[in-house]
Ligand binder design. Sequence first.
Ligand SMILES: NC(=O)c1ccc[n+]([C@@H]2O[C@H](COP(=O)([O-])OP(=O)(O)OC[C@H]3O[C@@H](n4cnc5c(N)ncnc54)[C@H](OP(=O)(O)O)[C@@H]3O)[C@@H](O)[C@H]2O)c1
Length: 427
Amino acid sequence: MRLGLLGCGNVGSSLVKLIFENQGSIKEKSGESIELAAIVIRDPKAFRPNWIPKELLTTDVMAVINDPSIDVIVEVMGGIHPAKEYVEAALLAKKSVVTANKALLAESYFELEELADSVGRDIFFEAAVAGGIPLIRSLRVSLAGEKLKRVIGIVNGTTNFILTRMDEEGLSYDVALELARQLGYAEADPRADIEGIDAASKAAILASIAFGKKVRFKDVSREGITKVTASDFEFARRHGYTIKLLALCERLFENEEFLDVRVFPALVPKTHPLASVRDAFNAIFVEGDAVGELMFYGRGAGGAPTASAVLGDIMDAAHNLRFGSTERRIERKDVVMAPVERLSGSFLIAVDVNDAPGVLAQVATVFGENGVSINSMEQLGFMNQARLIFLTHDSLEQDVINTLAKLEELDCVRSLRQAMRVLSEED
Ligand SMILES: NC(=O)c1ccc[n+]([C@@H]2O[C@H](COP(=O)([O-])OP(=O)(O)OC[C@H]3O[C@@H](n4cnc5c(N)ncnc54)[C@H](OP(=O)(O)O)[C@@H]3O)[C@@H](O)[C@H]2O)c1
């Protein structure tokens, strides 16, 4: 089986190494030998590790895609364009495609899947979500017969690293982000991670696979970690919580089609298994009616773990080409997202107010009038200002939104922190 590789950065160069190192076991396990035919790069002068065969490097991507002797194209370039056009061209040239590109898939998975179907080829993407953790294949194949209820977890290592440092070392958000940059966990431009864009791309893919629907990036509601403060962590610690950026894909209500797919920072009880997922690790809980709870844990990024997932896909693609088969395909319907008035949860709401008599009563009244029941409250005073921190009982999200809007209208309210969801021990 001859392979054309598009991209030779972190993942691509690790994949080349893995193919060379594992050639024997690949042949033993799959009956196939993988022959690397060409490696497409952008900059011929850029540094390459010494195991990269220089004679295979080329910038002529269309020559590789249209080479009739190449069977499988691996796209590890990243970005949506021109990666999308290259993947389409590869499928039209009757190559099977393996990609690790979550941004591309969250935008165009369904079109690419249909195209692959129409030409009788595969598109595999195990590495696009949670790097080396075998999650996509588990959802798509092993759990195909399961009625899944929920997929929830930590799918972005960069933000988990930042939040872990804020929790364990008491660092401010800015200092933790700078540390993540220095250690290579965060990009120079970290927006895709800290604004939850990367996690939302993964949530869209996960929800599509887990629930057999068409869930696109634009369907995912998203809040990143940029507003999480050291004082949120102080509160969390005092009350037995930590804070994690979670991706949630959930089927709501037994007999309805609604899905809730979102990315949000949440207070997670220290006793919850997700609380112990530290630094750049990922962990994902999958809950099904029959199988119960499953937890997938491991390295969600990094050249070698991601290349391992890509290599598994390459072997599947090669197998299917050899036996003239393809992956199982399903008819996906458009997703129906749960309307906000059907969503509920428990929330942390922090309100900075003038420290004056009667203010607490005014604020508490707004909660009551909007149907939000207070579970506990803490007051921290400083100068002539005070911070009121409320934990609510399970409340309708719409009621919480109304409460925040009304609080903002009060003269005594100086600033309002967006409501943060609180996971319970049972969640
Ligand atoms: N890194 C991870 O841990 C990880 C984990 C999971 C998924 N992924 C996904 O894997 C993909 C690759 O990530 P990466 O970290 O390996 O990226 P990277 O280090 O930036 O490497 C990208 C490679 O693609 C080449 N390239 C980019 N645009 C090109 C173009 N227009 N034409 C030809 N070549 C082009 C670059 O060429 P030059 O070398 O010449 O610049 C480089 O070799 C992304 O979709 C990413 O989201 C990465």
